[in-house]
Design a protein around this ligand. Structure first.
Ligand code: PCA
Length: 214
C-alpha cells in the first residue's frame, strides 16, 4: 500500500478559487493499493510549511505531492527545484510580503524534487494532457512549500519522496483576461490521477529531454 499526501492551496491574489485544490477534490483513485490523503494549505509563507509538517507527522505518507496555481502557464508543470528564497511580488493571505528572505537559515541553497518528473510528463502527454518540466517554481508561496517540503524530508522524513506540480488557471478565471491560457477542471483532476498512478509505479525516473534553452 502506497500512501500519498496531495495538497493544494486556498485562493489568493484576489481570485475566488484555486484550481489546485478544486481539482484535488475531484480526484478519485480506484486502486486498493493506493491511499490518497487530501489537504488544503493556506497561501501564507510560514503557515503553509507548518500545516504541511503537521499533516505529514499525522498521516505518515510515503509520497507527498504539493500543487498550486500558476496563472499564465499553458500546461501542468512538474517543478524540478525549490530555492531558498522568498521574494513576494504580492502579499500572502496574511498580508505578509517578504523580500529577499531565506526560507530556512539552516537549509541548503536549493533542493531537487524526488518524484519522477520526466516519467510523469511522459504519462501525462500519452494521456493527452499537456505537461512539461519546469525549472522554476517562482519565489512566492509555491516555491516556499516545495523548498519547505524538501527541507523537511532532508531533516526529518528521509524516506519520503516529494515534489510539486503547478497547474494553469481554470477557464472561468480567464474570461476577463485576454489571451490567457487555461485548462479544464476535468483535465487537471485527471492529470493529478495520472501523476498519482505514475509515482506509485515508477522506481527510477527516465532519461528524456525536459530542459529548456532559456
Ligand atoms: N500559487 C502560488 C501560491 C499559491 C498558489 O496556488 C504560487 O505559485 O506561488
Amino acid at each position: 500500500m502506497v500512501k500519498i499526501l496531495l495538497t493544494g492551496f486556498d485562493p489568493f491574489g484576489g481570485e475566488g478559487i484555486n484550481p489546485s485544490y478544486e481539482a484535488i477534490k475531484k480526484v478519485t483513485i480506484n486502486n486498493s493499493s493506493i491511499k490518497v490523503i487530501k489537504k488544503e494549505i493556506p497561501t501564507v509563507f510560514k503557515k503553509a510549511i507548518e500545516v504541511l509538517d503537521e499533516t505529514i507527522e499525522m498521516e505518515k505518507p510515503d509520497i507527498v505531492i504539493c500543487t498550486g496555481q500558476a496563472g499564465g502557464r499553458f500546461d501542468i508543470s512538474l517543478e524540478r527545484i525549490g530555492i531558498n528564497i522568498i521574494d513576494a511580488r504580492i502579499p500572502d493571505n496574511d498580508g505578509d510580503q517578504p523580500i529577499d528572505e531565506k526560507i530556512f537559515e539552516d537549509g541548503q541553497e536549493a533542493y531537487f524534487s524526488t518524484i519522477p518528473i520526466k516519467a510523469i510528463v511522459k504519462s501525462l502527454r500519452e494521456n493527452g494532457i499537456p505537461a512539461s518540466v519546469s525549472n522554476t517554481a517562482g519565489t512566492f508561496v509555491c516555491n516556499c512549500i516545495l523548498y519547505g517540503l524538501m527541507y523537511l524530508i532532508d531533516k526529518k522524513y528521509p524516506t519520503i519522496k516529494g515534489g510539486f506540480v503547478h497547474v494553469p488557471f481554470l477557464p472561468e478565471q480567464v474570461i476577463e483576461r485576454v489571451n490567457a491560457p487555461s485548462m479544464s477542471l476535468e483535465n487537471i483532476a485527471r492529470g493529478f490521477e495520472i501523476i498519482i498512478e505514475t509515482v506509485s509505479t515508477t522506481e527510477h525516473d527516465i532519461k528524456e529531454i525536459g530542459g529548456t534553452i532559456s
